[in-house]
Write a protein that binds this ligand. Structure first.
Ligand SMILES: CC(C)(COP(=O)(O)OP(=O)(O)OC[C@H]1O[C@@H](n2cnc3c(N)ncnc32)[C@H](O)[C@@H]1OP(=O)(O)O)[C@@H](O)C(=O)NCCC(=O)NCCS
Length: 196
């Protein structure tokens, strides 16, 4: 079976008090700080990054994502809207693998520890989902289904998904392998363009 993703044009989205803007090289210090957080490393950093020397992690992480739009992933820095386009990065949100499966994408996110607990993850996910599921005639990606997964041991991510309209569809056994090699059962959540 052949698979192909969609090359995407970088853009900025506006949410409830936040901006989702394309990542930039100037985000490296904020990413370095975020990747010192054990929760981000465990649930969202990726094994290659977690195994890299701390001083190298942000460069590896950012280098793998700066060109991601051209290969079918929308990768955003989450910032405070009141700080404008140059606001410091408070979190990350991506719609990955756009159209690898027709009309679908996979969502992922993290928020720096200092910016948690004020609705950033759920608002950013809602904003990006609305855009991705909107018709192309209205500036969206025109997708039908967005999915995400999180380890059962990460209940905060479950609540973020539910708040942003991603219904729980089931449990995937041993789906996620954390950087220490430990396997975790994971929830599969999804949001559709038209609720069923
Ligand atoms: C999980 C994470 C993204 C939450 O970010 P956040 O901006 O603090 O989340 P929000 O403020 O939008 O919270 C949304 C809801 O989740 C709840 N929540 C957030 N973190 C929680 C936690 N650790 N435990 C239980 N509930 C939590 C909030 O209370 C809120 O629910 P409420 O409105 O009913 O009170 C953040 O803690 C994080 O980045 N964790 C590490 C990386 C990660 O797990 N990424 C997801 C990988 S699947």
């Amino acid at each position: 079976m052949t698979t192909s993703t969609t090359a995407l044009t970088p853009l900025t989205l506006t949410g409830d008090g936040l901006l989702l803007r394309p990542l930039s090289l100037t985000d490296e210090p904020a990413i370095a700080e975020a990747l010192r957080d054990p929760e981000i490393l465990r649930w969202a950093g990726g094994r290659t990054v977690a195994e890299a020397p701390e001083a190298e992690r942000a460069r590896f992480w950012l280098g793998a994502r700066l060109m991601a739009w051209s290969t079918g992933s929308a990768v955003f820095a989450i910032t405070d809207a009141t700080r404008g386009a140059d606001g410091v990065m408070l979190g990350f949100l991506a719609a990955r693998e756009v159209n690898r499966l027709p009309d679908q994408a996979v969502m992922t996110y993290w928020i720096t520890p200092a910016a948690r607990g004020r609705g950033l993850a759920s608002n950013a996910l809602e904003t990006a989902a609305h855009w991705a599921l909107s018709p192309t005639s209205k500036g969206g990606l025109g997708l039908h289904r967005l999915s995400l997964d999180h380890a059962l041991a990460n209940p905060g991510s479950c609540r973020v998904a539910e708040k942003a309209g991603f219904a729980l569809e089931g449990t995937m056994r041993d789906f996620y392998v954390d950087p220490s090699g430990l396997r975790h059962d994971s929830h599969l959540h999804a949001r559709l363009a038209r609720p069923h």
